[in-house]
Design a protein around this ligand. Structure first.
Ligand code: SF4
Length: 709
């Protein structure tokens, strides 16, 4: 798409109105990792803007950036006008008030630079910028009306953040250092957000966002509430994996659906002490035994290679641990050891560590692979981690290198098929070895965590000493909060609830006819099926769900049409648990139906049920922009593929054919005839009535009808 937009000089437009993004007053980037930096430069270019702020015009939009990937913003400073550092709820509003005021661009930036947690490179002279954190997670800040994609995406579900922060203190983890202390939403707020998000989106699934699910302090009431919500809203709430040490206490099988993920991070107990993830070997094995007993289909284990103090024994220990778990799970189930090259990150106790070079990281990955007998091994490309390390510790010099890398073609660095090591290899310079006494390029970003505390943790790691979670062992004065923390989580106790299978039967069946025009003709049939379940969920009509364990809406559609074909006669049947007036059904659907789709008729069906597909005997299509109607007519004359054909005008042809026959599909006929066309629209679908006459499906005498078309 990027290539096409450049070649055809197309604008990058916004979702809501299709307006060019460069016409915005402010363009904000949420940046979660350093590997996305070249994408930011690529999008600045796509907006036809100079990538360097100093070269941009006063009339150009203000470029704003924020997010967890900016703990060290130095590499991006020449390209971004203003950064908001930290958690947006803690101060983004005053900044947006300034950026949306009538001041001119420079005055806005000058005024904004005085705000806490705001970094305006143009006016920054090394002052400290505080990484913002909120004291509490306010329910009003939770996104409920979330954007629902028409096509399938990863994480295609409503998302609710149940807690923020983690104080387990893994020494490699930047997220836990940037988001101390732990703040939680109450179970009541979480349930409100989930039901609000599901009602406004129609999503059939919700996902939980947290750094450590099993550390949620009221986990048992949360899990209980999730079960009730799943039952009452026909919803699936996918939960992140629980920590290995909490798994054995879980007896509910739903936690073991699919593949279980565990993150030991290191293979030996020695290494886990060094990284301060003091899981014992027995705890991990016991968790695997529980998973095996509870029917998990496989186990995915996350490990890092290249950690400080690591020996080859520790590397082989990764393989041994993975193989032990593979032995427990048995040959029919997959156990994968997923290896990530260690990236020492700023603002963590390991910020003073340097990264192993490519050759050494690759040797260690090979050592795990050659030592693993039973488990599968997957790994992230160490070259990408080397670029990530360079950028996350970038100083002033990294800015030109980043720009050069982009100009030489590095973009989408996070995707293995796009990553340009050839570009980066030529440009990268060595990341300096920093000692605890050195000034660090990111020291001006104050996360609240005392440098002295990080240094102490760094020393403890060298001594293989652990530091327990302050929620368990009391405050160790990291500086992350005022010392008042949430209680340590309860142990997870779940009961093996059996779902109450509903036996209630539907009372009514509705048949809709709707059109699919404009851009919506590029919605595939499968995406449309998903779209309709979400539309009907948003209506809150008492739609009937199948009985049984996985309860689904029973939707019946007319024959699918190919992607790109428009239609004025799509049909959908669904059932209701309670009788609802037809016009009420129509109105509630019209309130939530996406642009490009329109209900044109509806009826209640009674008597013996026949699906739209089984009733259909013919369909009428209008083909516009035909480049040679004569050639088409000649071809149809030779091949009996259609019921009738008529030429409406020089470029418009009307075909009636039997949609049950693949060969009679108009697009296939046109291709076979070697004829070009612009658009095809399915105008009507026909059935035969009691007298054998062809009538549209909606005209079939099958009960009360509201016909708008
Ligand atoms: S200041 Fe103390 S209580 Fe607060 S996060 Fe740090 S260690 Fe925990």
């Amino acid at each position: 798409m990027y290539k096409l937009m450049k070649e055809q000089n197309l604008n990058w437009v916004d979702l809501e109105a299709g307006d060019p993004v460069y016409q915005s007053d402010v363009v904000g980037f949420g940046i979660s990792t350093e590997i996305l930096y070249t994408n930011v430069l690529c999008l600045l270019n796509l907006m036809r803007l100079e990538i360097r702020s100093e070269k941009r015009k006063a009339s150009d939009p203000i470029i704003l950036a924020g997010g967890g990937g900016l703990a060290n913003p130095v590499p991006l400073m020449p390209f971004i006008d203003v950064f908001f550092m930290g958690e947006a709820e803690a101060g983004l509003r005053p900044l947006m008030d300034i950026l949306s005021s009538d001041l001119d661009k420079n005055e806005k930036l000058k005024k904004a630079s005085a705000l806490p947690s705001v970094l305006v490179p143009k006016y920054h002279n090394g002052e400290t910028v505080r990484w913002a954190t909120v004291k509490e997670l306010d329910i009003d800040d939770a996104p409920v009306e979330q954007i629902v994609p028409m096509a399938t995406v990863s994480h295609d579900r409503a998302v609710v953040e149940i807690s923020r922060g983690c104080t387990r203190g893994c020494r490699f983890c930047q997220a836990s250092q940037l988001s101390r202390p732990v703040r939680e939403r109450s179970p009541e707020d979480i349930f409100k957000i989930i039901s609000g998000a599901v009602h406004s989106t129609g999503w059939e699934q919700a996902g939980v966002l947290t750094l450590s699910f099993s550390d949620y302090s009221r986990i048992n009431s949360l899990l209980k509430g999730f079960s009730q919500l799943e039952e009452s809203m026909h919803l699936r709430i996918s939960q992140p994996s629980l920590r290995p040490d909490t798994l054995p206490s879980v007896s509910n099988r739903k936690f073991f659906k699919g593949s279980l993920t565990m993150a030991p991070e290191a293979g030996s107990e020695r290494m886990r002490r060094i990284i301060n993830k003091p899981l014992s070997h027995d705890e991990i094995i016991k968790a695997a035994e529980t998973a095996s007993k509870m029917g998990a289909r496989g186990v995915k284990l996350y490990f890092m290679v290249g950690l400080p103090g690591e020996t080859d024994e520790d590397i082989v220990a990764i393989a041994n641990l993975a193989d032990s778990i593979a032995k427990i799970m048995g040959r029919k189930r997959t156990v994968t050891a997923a290896l990530s090259p260690f990236v020492p990150k700023p603002h963590t106790p390991f910020q003073w560590c340097n990264q192993s070079d490519y050759k050494e990281l690759w040797r260690k990955i090979q050592l795990v692979r050659s030592s693993c007998l039973k488990a599968k091994v997957a790994w992230n490309d160490p070259r990408v981690s080397i670029v990530e390390h360079f950028l996350c510790k970038g100083d002033i010099e990294s800015q030109d290198i980043l720009e050069q890398a982009y100009l030489k073609g590095a973009v989408f660095d996070g995707w293995s098929d796009q990553f340009r090591w050839d570009v980066w290899e030529d440009l990268l310079t060595a990341v300096p070895d920093f000692s605890p006494e050195d000034a660090l390029p990111w020291d001006f970003v104050d996360t609240g965590i005392k440098k002295q505390w990080l240094k102490k943790e760094y020393e403890r790691s060298a001594l293989e000493e652990i530091l327990l979670d302050c929620r368990e062992a009391g405050c160790s004065h990291c500086g992350g909060c005022d010392g008042v923390v949430l209680p340590f989580p309860q142990s997870v106790s779940t009961t093996n609830e059996t779902a109450v299978l509903s036996t209630a039967l539907p009372v009514e069946r509705i048949r809709l006819r709707y059109s699919k025009t404009g851009l919506s003709r590029f919605t595939s049939h499968l995406d449309m099926v998903r779209m309709w379940t979400r539309i009907l969920r948003r209506t809150e009509l008492p739609v009937y769900y199948s009985t049984g364990f996985a309860r689904r809406m029973k939707l019946v559609f007319s024959q699918p049409i190919p992607l790109g074909m428009g239609s004025e006669s799509e049909y959908l049947d669904f059932q209701l648990m309670k009788s609802v007036k037809l016009d009420q059904v129509l109105n509630s659907i019209r309130n939530v139906i996406p642009t490009g789709f329109e209900i044109t008729a509806a009826k209640k069906i009674s008597g013996k049920y026949k699906s739209p597909g089984s009733l259909t005997v013919a369909a009428e299509y209008i083909i516009d922009g035909v480049d040679c109607t004569e050639k088409l007519i000649e071809y149809l004359g030779l091949n009996q593929l259609v019921i009738s054909v008529s030429v409406e005008d020089t470029n418009r042809v009307n075909i009636v054919s039997d949609p049950r026959k693949g060969t009679s599909r108009p697009d296939r006929i046109l291709e076979a005839a070697g004829v070009k066309w612009k658009t095809i629209v399915r105008k009507s679908i026909f059935a035969t009535d009691h007298d054998g006459h062809l009538v549209t499906l909606m005209a079939l005498a099958e009960g009360e009808v509201i016909n708008e078309g």
